[in-house]
Design a protein around this ligand. Structure first.
Ligand SMILES: *Cc1c(COP(=O)(O)O)cnc(C)c1O
Length: 385
């Protein structure tokens, strides 16, 4: 039997061993590594700087007093409290869908939704760069899983044609993509994907984890920005990134949501999220959809424009380096210069594409971005050619 020590040594030998980074400070534009100096933080998904926002902290504290900290049971037993329903109502209103369902995390949303919708005999067709939670959901479902090359519309059509020829009459065919890809920061060609999924009579699930809050009118996501949201069957996302809190959601027609309430095991067999958290997410949604949200989005896009004159697709800017050790060395060098920019390695990204993943936040100042550009410039000069 292989021991954990052997397996860890094997990972370390390949430059793939991971360990936890302990912060002594709250999340923010600047963070303090345990026992260390402050670092400018270009690594979080807290795109609007809300994770430690004064307004949301006050709202969370008040919501704890009003609603309590725990929910006591799963949603279907006696854990559906007023804040859960209010949150789902405001989310459906914001996203302009008939209904919404919320989960404890985005990960639980993906696994619950996909395994709740699909079963053996169904076919799931996913973009190759889809998040681990989406792939795990497809595997859990026992549907046949086919991937298509990243954003490759021709290959998606081949897969759909194959699915049409091989699926039973009653089988579901589900296409899965992210709207903004988490490790590349690029956008899915939603118009082409929707045209195809309609032509082949398939369903579409779009994960807006890295778009919700920062892209589209009121931060409603890429589906909304492109005017295509009403043609997406299931729009999912998370409250853990731009919304600064935690949790996940799916927005869809009433009948899909009612079906998921009956079928999504990560919803059914898990205690409802804290009511104080649910109420605070509702407050975060109002903030994101309102004037302050607009201001924060303007600040975020201004920082991105300052970083590069090329138009950015999202708040994620990858610098692909290639080898694991080289990416780790680059990240260490930036840390010596006061910047936290993590190296992302396999299996989060494909082998040979280890990278620095730079993420921007509305909380960054112009000086922060200047410091980043300076440190990256120096890094470039010292990179072996
Ligand atoms: C982060 C992420 C998730 C998981 O969301 P959590 O709320 O962090 O569990 C799902 N999908 C994508 C694309 C993500 O980036």
């Amino acid at each position: 039997m292989r021991s954990p020590g052997e397996e860890l040594a094997d990972l370390a030998g390949k430059g793939l061993k991971r360990s936890l980074r302990h912060l002594d400070s709250p999340q923010g534009r600047s963070v303090v590594l345990h026992g260390g100096a402050p670092l400018l933080n270009f690594s979080s998904n807290d795109y609007l700087g809300l994770a430690n926002d004064e307004e949301l902290k006050a709202s969370y504290a008040a919501n704890i007093q009003r609603h309590g900290v725990g929910s006591g049971a799963s949603r279907l037993v006696c854990g559906t409290l007023d804040p859960h329903l209010k949150l789902e109502e405001s989310l459906a209103a914001l996203k302009n869908t008939e209904a919404a369902l919320t989960f404890s995390t985005g990960f639980a949303t993906a696994t619950g939704v996909i395994s709740g919708l699909c079963r053996k005999g169904d076919i799931v067709i996913a973009d190759k760069l889809s998040h681990a939670s989406l792939i795990d959901g497809a595997r859990l479902s026992e549907a046949t899983l086919r991937v298509f090359a990243h954003n490759d519309i021709n290959q998606l059509e081949q897969r759909l044609r194959w699915a049409r020829e091989n699926a039973d009459e009653s089988a579901r065919i589900l296409v899965i993509t992210e709207s903004i890809f988490s490790m590349d920061g690029d956008r899915a060609p939603l118009a082409d994907i929707i045209e195809l999924k309609e032509r082949y009579g398939a369903l579409l699930l779009v994960d807006e984890a890295h778009a919700f809050g920062i892209i589209g009118p009121q931060g409603r996501g890429l589906g909304s920005e492109t005017g295509l949201d009403h043609r997406i069957d299931l729009q999912m996302g998370t409250f853990s990134k731009a919304a600064g809190l935690s949790g996940g959601y799916v927005c869809a027609s009433r009948s899909w949501i009612d079906l998921l309430i009956n079928r999504a095991r990560s919803f059914i067999y898990s205690t409802a999220p804290s009511p104080a958290l649910a109420a605070t997410i509702t407050d975060a949604l109002a903030l994101i959809a309102g004037g302050r949200g607009d201001e924060l989005r303007r600040a975020l896009w201004a920082r991105l424009a300052q970083f590069s004159s090329e138009a950015q697709a999202s708040a994620i800017v990858p610098l692909v380096i290639g080898e694991n050790e080289a990416a780790l060395a680059a990240s260490r060098r930036l840390q010596e210069n006061g910047l936290l920019v993590p190296a992302i390695r396999y299996p989060t990204v494909p082998p040979g594409t280890a990278r620095l993943r730079i993420t921007f936040s509305a909380a960054h100042t112009e000086e922060d971005v200047m410091a980043l550009k300076g440190a990256l410039g120096e890094l470039n000069e010292n990179l072996p050619s």
